[in-house]
Design a protein around this ligand. Structure first.
Ligand SMILES: Cc1cc2nc3c(=O)[nH]c(=O)nc-3n(C[C@H](O)[C@H](O)[C@H](O)COP(=O)(O)OP(=O)(O)OC[C@H]3O[C@@H](n4cnc5c(N)ncnc54)[C@H](O)[C@@H]3O)c2cc1C
Length: 336
């Protein structure tokens, strides 16, 4: 088997997050000689965390300039690690940080890169990557003769590596930080319980445009829709998705569902998240939306219309019911 380099950036506490541990598991399954290349403010805790994984060498580019996510410093660090390791296959988790930096690094080192890989395995002695095309409608298996071959592995596709910590010996790779025009002075982010997109949640809750439409009494019930949806998300720790019609409405500055943005959009022109269950409410279930449910294993929908798209083989269970009444009751049962 060819030599492998796993690239991982460390978290602020110096450890590795789940996507890196998933990529590590995929790298180990290739059964080749594995080098780990770490980038971050510090690398010791990460190297110790995976010391017992079977990796034979630990390289690290560390220091203040490499702690922040930034194309120029991330690319410089990754390039140095690739050149030092000289590995044929470079695997990295498809975090926003690596997705941004590694295609440029592949160009610098004369390699090739494949993004959104869902697996990397040796088949008949040949490393093979799988990925989906045409908005997750077709799965392809790819091989390449070009080396180095960089592969960005999507999260949630491989069980994360777990094992006891140990003591790893880390070789420092010196990199002169490139000049940067920006200085990171701090991070402003909503509190984690205010985040509505939770990739690790068991349940995807989708809100459609029906929440903003006139209801049986002839009125729109925006504030109640907001409180029912947010109440459910808080109790169920679900991730929030939206149909395109709904997120477009929010983008127009409508007074309804202010927490909904285009980042929540599921579907052909939105995202295709991986959750074990999905509950769609007030959403018609049209094909361009449902194609985003490709990796949701169990699908349920609540719609007033018994002929909605979900009824046509797209949902496992369709509740023909008023979503306001259903979610009021569900929240009550959840103690909200
Ligand atoms: C090129 C292209 C790309 C597209 N990409 C996407 C995409 O990525 N994602 C996406 O979502 N769409 C996409 N669309 C749009 C898609 O075709 C639909 O227009 C959109 O998904 C409809 O959104 P909706 O179901 O929320 O709204 P609507 O079609 O307005 O449906 C609202 C539903 O709510 C129900 N309802 C109303 N009140 C209640 C209630 N009280 N209880 C229960 N049900 C109720 C109604 O019966 C209705 O079925 C795309 C379209 C095109 C042409």
């Amino acid at each position: 088997m060819e030599t492998i380099l796993l690239l991982a950036h460390t978290e602020p506490d110096g450890t590795l997050a789940k996507p890196a541990l998933e990529a590590l598991a995929a790298a180990l399954a290739l059964a080749g000689e594995l080098t780990v290349g770490l980038v971050g403010g510090q690398a010791g805790p990460a190297a110790n965390q995976i010391a017992a994984s079977g990796a034979t060498r630990f390289l690290a580019v560390t220091g203040g300039p490499f702690a922040e996510a930034r194309y120029s410093t991330d690319a410089a660090a990754a390039e140095a690690l690739c050149r030092t390791a000289g590995a044929a296959i470079v695997l990295a988790p498809a975090t926003s940080r690596w997705s941004r930096a590694l295609p440029g690094v592949a160009y610098r080192i004369g390699g090739r890169v494949d993004t959104h890989a869902t697996s990397l395995a040796v088949e008949n002695g040949v490393p093979t990557v799988t990925r989906w095309f045409y908005r997750q409608r077709m799965e392809a298996a790819l091989t390449r003769t070009q080396r180095p071959w960089m592969v960005l592995l999507d999260s949630g596709c491989v069980p994360a590596w777990s094992g006891p910590a140990g003591a790893a010996e880390v070789e420092a790779v010196a990199v002169e930080p490139p000049q940067t025009r920006t200085t990171v002075t701090g991070i402003q982010a909503p509190k984690s319980d205010e985040q509505t997109i939770r990739p690790d949640a068991k349940l995807l809750f989708v809100a459609g445009a029906g929440w903003t439409k006139k209801q049986a009494d002839g009125a729109v019930h925006g504030p109640e829709a907001e409180s029912l949806i947010l109440g459910f998300l808080r109790s169920a720790k679900a991730s929030l998705g939206g149909s395109k019609s709904l997120v477009d409405l929010s983008g127009e500055g409508e007074a309804v569902l202010r927490f909904m943005t285009h980042l929540n959009q599921i579907g052909q022109t939105g995202s295709t998240p991986r959750h074990s269950k999905g509950l769609s409410t007030c959403c018609h279930g049209e094909e361009p939306h449902v194609v985003g449910w490709r990796f949701v294993n169990q699908r349920r929908a609540v719609n007033l219309d018994p002929n909605c798209g979900w009824a046509r083989g797209k949902a496992d269970v369709l509740y023909v019911a008023d979503a306001f009444a259903v979610m009021r009751k569900v929240n009550q049962l959840l103690g909200g």
